[in-house]
Design a protein around this ligand. Structure first.
Ligand SMILES: NC(=O)c1ccc[n+]([C@@H]2O[C@H](COP(=O)([O-])OP(=O)(O)OC[C@H]3O[C@@H](n4cnc5c(N)ncnc54)[C@H](OP(=O)(O)O)[C@@H]3O)[C@@H](O)[C@H]2O)c1
Length: 285
């Protein structure tokens, strides 16, 4: 089957290409070859490729910047999702879209189920929620969280760099979520798409952590793999001590039970996937 992947150079896009099933003939685009906000360009590529499946890994992911760049964030995270969904539907293709834990406000003390009430705190979450609606009821929408990969801008790579440069690092300890390894998410998307699932589903790695817990684990794994040579103090701080333009949910653990049942297995614990990624960075120099 022909599969069109947009956002192909992002963390998830690369993961999707790397984990594509043998029978998938993939065509990858990113903004340099297909701007998904350009309706005519999307329609032309879809008409040309004739995909059976369209995977949207493209997004405006600069959470803080989106607070002052709402129109651009909305264009990519919402309007363009409708453009892609319409084009896929017109071609008779299934459409898979990815959303975020930031559609929730964090007030819950227990994991959010897919049908839990949404209440995004910032522009990024609001634009992603609008995108979910524009994807339409026939799309597969998978919400995920705290995505990282060996390439791209992410918390793991930032921490490894800071821990090699700074005498100490200060990390927020009062925001709880779940780190998610992009290639694992990609594999799950391929499997869920194959089942023809529609509607909203949740997928992250298993377990939960604060950013502080995540940073401590990154240092431990980095030292064990020889990527870091000296331990530096990791200092837990509060969100109030590290204000950001975009407010973030203090708790955004997603309930994945139904997704794990559909996949026939749970995702690995986030710590196991972190070790895998650190090992991959070490192996590739
Ligand atoms: N990263 C996270 O922690 C996280 C958490 C929850 C959910 N998600 C969701 O997971 C999905 C994948 O995220 P990711 O981390 O893989 O994001 P990413 O690494 O930022 O990749 C997104 C890709 O989309 C491209 N893009 C941006 N605007 C575009 C446009 N107009 N047309 C075509 N491509 C465009 C980006 O190009 P440029 O780099 O040139 O802009 C980038 O290559 C997204 O839906 C995101 O909202 C991510």
């Amino acid at each position: 089957m022909k599969v069109l992947i947009v956002g192909g150079k992002g963390q998830l896009g690369r993961g999707l290409a790397a984990t594509a099933p043998a029978d998938a003939e993939i065509v990858c685009h990113d903004i340099d070859t297909l701007d998904i906000t350009d309706k005519a360009a999307v329609e032309s590529v879809v008409a040309d490729v004739k995909p059976g499946l369209v995977l949207n890994a493209a997004a405006y992911t600069a959470v803080d910047k989106s607070e002052t760049d709402e129109d651009a964030a909305f264009a990519v995270n919402a309007t363009a999702v409708g453009i892609l969904a319409d084009a896929a539907r017109g071609a008779g293709a299934r459409f898979v879209h990815v959303s975020t834990d930031f559609v929730f406000d964090g007030a819950s003390g227990s994991p959010y189920k897919p049908d839990a009430p949404t209440n995004p705190l910032g522009v990024y979450g609001r634009t992603k929620l609008a995108g979910e609606k524009l994807a339409g009821p026939d799309a597969l929408i998978v919400r995920t969280a705290w995505v990282y990969a060996p390439t791209g801008g992410n918390f793991v790579r930032t921490m490894l760099r800071l821990m090699g440069e700074k005498p100490e690092v200060r990390v927020v300890a009062d925001q709880i979520g779940t780190p998610t390894y992009a290639p694992g998410l990609a594999r799950a998307l391929w499997m869920l798409a194959k089942q023809g699932l529609t509607g909203i589903h949740h997928f992250t790695d298993a377990g939960a952590a604060s950013w502080y817990d995540f940073a401590v684990a990154i240092q431990e794994e980095g030292l064990a793999a020889g990527l870091l040579h000296k331990a530096v103090p990791v200092i837990p701080i509060t969100t109030a001590e590290f204000p950001t333009p975009a407010p973030r949910p203090s708790y955004s653990v997603l309930d994945k039970q139904s997704t794990f049942a559909a996949l026939g297995q749970p995702a690995p614990h986030w710590r196991a996937n972190l070790r895998l990624m650190i090992e991959e960075i070490r192996a590739n120099g």
